[in-house]
Design a protein around this ligand. Sequence first.
Ligand code: GLN
Length: 192
Amino acid sequence: MVIGILDVQGAVREHRQQLEGLGVDVVLVKQASDLEKLDGLVLPGGESTAMRRLIERYELLEPLREKAATLPMFGTCAGMILLATAIEAGQSHLNAISMTVRRNAFGRQIDSFEGLLPVEGIEEPIEAVFIRAPLILSVGEGTRVIAKVEEQIVAVETSLHLACSFHPELTEDNRLHQYFLQKIKQRQSVRS
Ligand code: GLN
């Protein structure tokens, strides 16, 4: 299995470690041709406005939008913002997951926190690290909520994509990455 990581800014190294620990080959994606031959793509956390600028500079916006129709993507934090069809106060980016997000939603006081989070489809709660995290305000058709913190939506999936407002790559807990890989495998086995 070959998984790309969008390598313009953010927590690329940590995702790489998680994925390599799970035995997949990693491709760092910096240009459109890197998107060929991938089984999935991770969009890491970082700063979504900076990422957008770099995505445009590397001429990746249209290729990523096109790929999002068929290539499974997993966005964490800023990566989740990139996947949304709508951002409360700003322009959207890849329009891949039908949902509206609010950036920096947990406020400055609780900028960052960690906790154990139950996620649907994963047996025991996972370790979740939130850093100036976005929230999902609402989801549209085809988007399923899989985790909430105090009634606020923090993780979703569609038949193709997965997104969470926290950073699973900053812990030793690799079960959400495993979940993404399983999702890809299941899809591939149905299609072949
Ligand atoms: N606050 C960042 C943004 O809006 C996301 C934070 C993160 O990825 N840790 O892009």
